[in-house]
Design a protein around this ligand. Structure first.
Ligand code: ZN
Length: 111
């Protein structure tokens, strides 16, 4: 897999997941961004409080980085996942009642 990092492409081993590991979890946080270039509003969920900021987030609509009004709400401050809590990310995404879209691309699990 190849990912873009600070204007250069770097290779990531296919077997290593990209993302926050459960042991790094600080809680459940939802970041609300409003793009000042195109007006898109979007929410981004994370287990880390400060992983996603205006200066490292790209707008999914216009690709701009940095020009955001940024809000954040802590849904949970627990470093431990609570499968019974409504505030876990898997309870928020997809939102209740959402339909799975046919353009979904599913990568087969590695052995
Ligand atoms: Zn935008």
């Amino acid at each position: 897999m190849t990912v873009k990092q600070e204007n250069q492409l770097v290779s990531v081993p296919e077997t290593k997941p990209v993302g926050v590991k459960e042991k790094e979890r600080e809680g459940v946080f939802v970041n609300g961004f409003i793009c000042q270039s195109c007006g898109l509003h979007f929410n981004l969920f994370s287990w880390k409080a400060n992983r996603h900021r205006s200066d490292n987030t790209y707008c999914p609509e216009c690709g701009t980085k940095g020009a955001f009004i940024h809000y954040r709400k802590a849904l949970s401050n627990s470093p431990v996942k609570d499968h019974n809590s409504h505030d876990e990310i898997f309870r928020q995404v997809p939102l209740e009642g959402s339909q799975l879209m046919t353009d979904s691309i599913v990568i087969p699990k590695q052995k």
